[in-house]
Write a protein that binds this ligand. Structure first.
Ligand code: CU
Ligand code: CU
Length: 358
């Protein structure tokens, strides 16, 4: 399937209408299988034919080199961790590489990535830790890493400005083959992000150069099952419009591999919006309500008992909830178009202990 030929909605089959009824069937547990293709001649799914949301076929996660189920829970606390002058130091290695990523079955996106994955590694630490992030640009274009957080200008990862000294703007764009170490003390605690800040900015971000940056408060947060979801979109035909939407890159990934949860367990979801071209994205939870911590920079919720939250580009926050009843529960963008184009998934809530994969 050539990327240029892929139009919005073309890979979508089926509709939500009968999905919820179908989910009661045990044949769908623990894994929801996508319905067989039901494409109508105009390329639109037959919305009344009893399919579920989903894409035809399966993404080859092994070829991609990452699995969306792993991205959810893959926290990187440092490739090297040690003490220095009474402070914890965490070192990370980020390498920009060009890579073709399968974002929906048979649909390949010519991405730029940190460490071969989108989103890049989830960098995690505690407020006050000293971070050293060794960046190597092994890609074909100049890149940077811009961290959200408090730090010196020289570590801000922006393009150089003519006539400005190094200590005002830092090294500027890191050329292919070059490297730079970004170093700063992690603050404030919260749910943050990092991304390339080379120009043209929207292209560099949209190509896949971004990731989650979680700074824990020194006193920690209460015990919970923690998940990371980065909302993203892909403009597959370069018309400045996204044709595919997802959390953690692969359309409908958590339809195919539902996320196992237990009744009553506290869930903490780090949610980050890195969708380009659309001003706003959103998260809607079915059949439960959550507390929300905007930017994650407070220990008490900034909103209580909501079931939908919206985020502008670069915005993020923490959701906390627990399901009271077992069942299969949807979560998705409340922009219906985004949901139909890949940004939706399922929590599979059970009474029993779960062991790794559902
Ligand atoms: Cu870049
Ligand atoms: Cu930013």
């Amino acid at each position: 399937m050539s990327i240029a030929n892929v139009k919005r909605r073309q890979f979508i089959v089926g509709a939500i209408s009968t999905a919820l009824a179908a989910l009661g069937g045990s044949r769908l547990l623990p894994r929801i299988d996508a319905a067989p293709p039901r494409q109508s001649p105009n390329g639109h799914g037959d919305s009344h034919s009893g399919g579920v949301f989903g894409a035809m076929g399966e993404v080859d996660h092994e070829r991609n080199g990452f699995h969306p189920s792993e991205l959810l829970v893959d926290f990187n606390y440092g490739d090297q961790v040690y003490q220095e002058d009474g402070r914890t130091v965490r070192e990370y290695n980020l390498i920009a590489v060009d890579k073709e990523v399968e974002i929906a079955p048979g649909l390949f996106f010519p991405a730029w990535t940190y460490n071969g994955r989108i989103p890049g590694p989830t960098i995690r630490c505690t407020e006050g830790d000293l971070l050293r992030i060794h960046f190597v640009n092994a890609g074909s274009h100049p890149h940077t890493i811009h961290f959200h957080g408090i730090h010196a200008a020289v570590m801000d990862g922006i393009p150089a400005m003519p006539g400005m000294p190094f200590d005002m703007v830092g090294p500027g764009m890191i050329q292919p083959g070059d490297s730079f170490t970004y170093e700063f003390v992690a603050e404030p605690f919260g749910c943050h992000l990092y991304h390339c800040h080379a120009i043209p900015l929207k292209r560099h971000i949209h190509k896949g150069l971004y990731g989650a940056f979680i700074v824990d408060p020194p006193e920690g947060r209460p015990e919970a099952t923690e998940l990371v979801m980065v909302m993203n979109g892909f403009d597959t035909n370069f018309d400045d419009e996204n044709e595919v939407y997802a959390v953690n890159t692969v359309a409908f990934a958590y339809n195919n591999d539902v996320i196992p949860l237990k009744v009553g367990e506290r869930v903490r979801l780090y949610l980050i919006n890195l969708t380009e071209f659309d001003l706003i994205n959103s998260f809607h939870l079915h059949a439960e309500f959550f507390d929300y911590y905007d930017h994650g920079t407070t220990l008490t919720p900034t909103q209580r008992r909501v079931d939908t939250i919206m985020q502008c580009q670069g915005q993020r926050g923490i959701l906390e909830f627990n399901y009271q009843k077992p069942g299969m529960y949807m979560f998705h963008a409340h922009q219906s178009e985004f949901a139909e184009l890949g940004w939706m998934g399922m929590f599979h809530v059970t009474e029993e202990e779960h062991h790794g994969d559902a």
